[in-house]
Structure formats: structure tokens, C-alpha cells
Design a protein around this ligand. Structure first.
Ligand code: DX5
Ligand code: ZN
Length: 224
């Protein structure tokens, strides 16, 4: 299984102090910074775009993991890649031709991932799985941070890890939504290896300590 790490989601950041908070993330062991792009159509909220990604690129060397919660991802792939995205995730639910979209992402020089909403079965991804670098399993409804993990999504993580073991052993299984000190062990046991964490990392403005605590829990349980 690929290595386990905690990816802070800047959706939970204080945007009036974003640079300062990225400085704090730079002091953690985080490998990826998760960037939630919302277009107000796929989900009700509008968040950030290419400008924010290029600003992040100037202040951090970490992987910029851009999660596109948008209706028309194809038209944005090139501009997000140019802005500095290291990897791009599109939603299964909006792609009429995933092979085309994944090819566009790779041609733009980014690692490619697909996200599935809580109601979307893992089996829908099987034909494309060998081409993917990661799959994002949404464990909450997309669109907002700070929600409770939906327990019905847990068997999907296990199912995906089983398929990945057979078809794509290097696949990163990214868990997005409701990851905190209480749920972390469960999602890792189910087979997740990249744990996106928004509220639980930015809580109380103690980013370095929160990230270290989640990382420690993850490492302790994997050593047993
Ligand atoms: C939700 C986003 C998540 C969000 C997770 O639509 O995709 O990345 O930031 O936030 P928490 O960790 O607070 O549930
Ligand atoms: Zn996300």
C-alpha cells in the first residue's frame, strides 16, 4: 500500500491570513495541500480558483492537490496546470468521457485522480482504474468542511482497496470529509492512505500540533 499521510485542506483556513497559515503547513510533515475548487453549480458554494493556486505555488513547495468540484472540468485543466497544480481530481459524476478527461490532465503534466460522491459505486471506476494516480472517496457530501463522516461510505473504501491491490497497487486512496482524531483509524483500516483533513487540522489555529497529532495516530496504528 502507498504511504499514509495527512493532507491539510485549506478550505478550513482563515483566508484573511492564508499566507501565514501556509507558513505553518510548511512546518509540518504534510506532503500534499488539498485545494477545494467549487463553482457554485456542482455544489452550492464558490471557493477559489487559479489565482489562489498560483499564489500558493509561490509560498510552498508541497504538492498542490486540486479537487475540482465543478461541472465543466475539461475547460479548466490547462489553466490550473499552468497556475501550478501538481495533481487534478475531477468528479466521476460530471464526466461524460473519463478517458478523455484523464488524458487531458496527464497531457497537462499533472497526476490524475477521480472523486466519487458518497452515492456513487466504486465499480464505476474499474475501467479507468489502471490509468489513475489516485481516487478520492468522498466521505461527506461535497461542498462544505466540518461535516460528519457518512459511515455508509466505509465499505466502499475497503472495496476500492481490494480492487487496487489487484489492478493498481500504487493507487493513492484519498479520503475526503470528516477525518479527525475519532475517525482516522477507521478510514485507515478500511484502506485509505491519504487522509484529507480540514477542520481537524486548522482547529484552534494550532496547525502544526494538530497535524502532528493526526500523523502520530496514523503512524502508531500502522506499526502495530
Ligand atoms: C468537502 C471538501 C473537503 C473538505 C473537508 O467538499 O472536498 O476537502 O475540506 O473538510 P473536513 O476535513 O473539515 O471535513
Ligand atoms: Zn476536497
Amino acid at each position: 500500500m502507498p504511504s499514509i499521510h495527512i493532507a491539510p485542506s485549506i478550505l478550513a483556513a482563515d483566508f484573511s491570513r492564508l499566507g501565514e497559515q501556509i507558513e505553518q503547513i510548511n512546518q509540518t510533515a504534510a506532503r500534499w495541500i488539498h485545494v477545494d475548487v467549487m463553482d457554485g453549480r456542482f455544489v452550492p458554494n464558490i471557493t477559489m480558483g487559479q489565482l489562489v493556486v498560483s499564489a500558493l505555488k509561490r509560498v510552498t513547495a508541497r504538492v498542490l492537490d486540486v479537487h475540482l468540484m465543478v461541472i465543466e472540468p475539461n475547460s479548466m485543466i490547462e489553466s490550473f496546470a499552468e497556475a501550478g497544480a501538481t495533481q487534478l481530481t475531477v468528479h466521476y459524476e460530471v464526466c461524460a468521457d473519463l478517458f478523455r478527461t484523464v488524458t487531458l490532465i496527464k497531457r497537462a503534466g499533472c497526476a490524475a485522480g477521480v472523486a466519487i460522491n458518497p452515492h456513487t459505486p466504486v465499480a464505476m471506476l474499474l475501467p479507468i482504474l489502471p490509468l489513475l494516480d489516485h481516487v478520492v472517496v468522498m466521505t461527506v457530501s461535497p461542498g462544505a468542511g466540518g461535516q460528519k463522516l457518512i459511515p455508509q461510505t466505509l465499505p466502499k473504501i475497503r472495496e476500492l482497496r481490494d480492487f487496487a491491490n489487484q489492478m493498481q497497487p500504487n493507487l493513492n486512496i484519498v479520503i475526503d470529509g470528516g477525518v479527525n482524531v475519532e475517525t482516522l483509524e477507521t478510514v485507515i483500516r478500511a484502506g485509505g492512505n491519504v487522509l484529507v483533513a480540514g477542520a481537524s487540522v486548522f482547529k484552534d489555529d494550532a496547525i502544526v500540533q494538530n497535524h502532528a497529532m493526526l500523523t502520530q495516530i496514523a503512524h502508531q496504528m500502522t506499526q502495530i
